[in-house]
Write a protein that binds this ligand. Structure first.
Ligand SMILES: Cc1cc2nc3c(=O)[nH]c(=O)nc-3n(C[C@H](O)[C@H](O)[C@H](O)COP(=O)(O)OP(=O)(O)OC[C@H]3O[C@@H](n4cnc5c(N)ncnc54)[C@H](O)[C@@H]3O)c2cc1C
Length: 457
């Protein structure tokens, strides 16, 4: 311990320390766990020390990036939590269009460094999400159709391997590791620095419409028809939820769940209105709003709806099509919603997501056209069972329209299997990489890939 203590000093937190109570908490209050100690690391060398200490003491290890994983994998009782949140620095190489981002930075840290330079790395839609978990699991977001997933932008990493060694994985060295890190989650090591490819980014035109549930089926039919015919500069998302107090929603509509459709145009602003309006001409909304936002404004739009410290449960699936039966199931799930904070969210994907060949990344199911999520959010533990049941029921309603697999970063069920996430063949390949780098399965508090020896072809 003394080497770790002298390296981290007051950044090594024990249950009696004042900061421990704050640091052990993760975004989802469902996971109220107490680690044996928390190592708030600043460098790869410190991460290595903390890992070696845990191994020597036979303690389990968890890794905390942004702490947003809905399944709470960043924290476990009596484990050593390796907390990367102080590793949030970002350096930008403008000429090379690269960002070097600390393994614990949040999406907003990344955007704060890149967007003033007119650059961005495609990432998720809530700015207080951690880059680490999001990028290693995939990373859907507003720019996915135009540029692809966050994991497609990982060009290199500095990583502490489960044996404590620190290496740089690139496409030229440890290429098997880089492949696995692009979608395989936190199974293979602790990333202390990401090198990410950046893309040009400018203002975005956002056109939204709100519909009552009685009008939702027709609007959803228009959405499916419109979304699938668009170019990559157009990204369309939808949700069914209570509106809360939003000025553009008339007072009389604020007391029931509504359908919201949004078309975001990332191309030439001169064309924007002509590109997004047709969605709302076919199915005319009760209320609509058109805005031009900067990219950081867009990235923080979802921040207030998903605060830290509430209780959350998420269940998600991919949909292979969008017929009337899907719309009917969405509406039924919305009528059944148990909490005013819960939401049903969906988006049409494809575009650049489908460009990346299998040999470049472990991320599965790139062809899935739609992703659907039933996100339950509430505050009273007494309401746990009711909200969890609603989320599960909402996904079950869609069973006949689902395609294979599930997005690893939206998996909440403790008994969900990683083979369901990746499919048998990709899982086998991931298990071989796991065997090479983590044969003892030290990094197992995640959506776990069990190590397996290479099988003969
Ligand atoms: C409000 C909210 C909005 C979201 N929006 C999106 C979205 O738009 N698109 C999307 O794709 N996903 C989204 N997600 C899901 C998100 O991708 C996952 O929750 C992800 O796990 C969050 O990463 P984190 O670092 O914050 O998580 P943490 O809970 O800190 O970590 C989760 C796991 O990731 C691994 N990990 C994290 N950092 C590292 C690292 N540096 N090295 C090695 N392993 C690491 C560890 O295994 C850890 O257990 C959202 C989640 C929330 C809560």
């Amino acid at each position: 311990m003394s080497e770790l203590e002298s390296a981290l000093g007051a950044r090594l937190l024990f249950p009696h320390d004042r900061e421990y109570e704050v640091s052990r908490r993760v975004w989802n209050a469902m996971h109220d766990r107490r680690p044996a100690l928390i190592a708030r690391c600043r460098t790869a060398a410190e991460v290595s020390l903390a890992l070696r200490y845990a191994l020597a003491e036979n303690l389990r290890v968890t890794v905390r990036g942004g702490g947003h994983n809905v399944a709470g994998t960043a924290v476990a009782d009596n484990a050593v939590m390796i907390d990367l949140s102080l590793m949030s620095e970002v350096a930008v190489d403008v000429a090379g269009r690269l960002a070097h981002a600390g393994g614990g930075c949040l999406l907003r840290d990344l955007d704060a460094a890149t967007t003033p330079l007119g650059l961005a790395c495609p990432a998720g839609v809530v700015s207080h999400t951690g880059l680490g978990g999001l990028a290693l699991g995939g990373g859907y977001g507003w720019l996915a159709r135009k540029w692809g997933l966050t994991c497609d932008h990982i060009m290199a990493v500095e990583i502490v391997l489960p044996d404590g060694s620190i290496v740089e994985a690139t496409e030229d060295q440890y290429d098997d590791l880089l492949w696995a890190l692009r979608g395989g989650g936190g199974n293979f090591g602790i990333v202390t620095r990401f090198t990410l490819r950046l893309r040009p980014c400018g203002p975005v035109h956002l056109h939204s419409g709100a519909y009552t549930l009685d009008a939702a089926s027709a609007a959803l039919a228009a959405y499916g028809d419109f979304a699938e015919r668009q170019c990559r500069d157009l990204h369309t998302v939808g949700s069914l939820a209570y509106p809360g107090v939003q000025e553009w929603i008339p007072e009389k509509l604020r007391h029931e769940p509504l359908l919201f459709l949004t078309a975001a145009w990332f191309g030439d602003l001169a064309e924007a209105q002509a590109r997004t309006a047709p969605l709302f001409e076919t199915a005319v909304p009760e209320a609509s709003r058109i805005r031009t936002l900067t990219y950081p404004e867009l990235q923080s739009l979802g921040d207030h709806g998903e605060p830290h410290g509430h209780r959350y449960y998420t269940k998600s699936c991919y949909l292979r099509e969008f017929p009337a039966g899907v719309a009917a199931s969405f509406v039924a799930a919305a009528r059944d919603i148990r909490s005013r904070r819960s939401s049903i969210d969906f988006e049409f994907l494809r575009g650049a997501v489908t460009d990346v060949p299998d040999e470049n990344s472990a991320f599965p199911h790139r062809d899935a056209p739609y992703i659907f999520t039933a996100s339950a959010q509430w505050t009273d533990p007494e309401d746990d069972a009711e909200n969890i049941a609603w989320s599960r029921r909402s996904v079950n309603r869609l069973r006949e329209f689902q395609s294979a697999g599930v997005y690893v970063n939206y998996v909440h069920d403790e008994n969900a299997k990683a083979t369901d996430v990746y499919g048998a063949e990709r899982y086998r390949r991931l298990a071989e990489v796991k065997q090479r780098y983590d044969p003892e399965n030290i990094l197992r508090h995640n959506q776990n890939i069990a190590p397996a020896p290479t099988t003969a072809p």
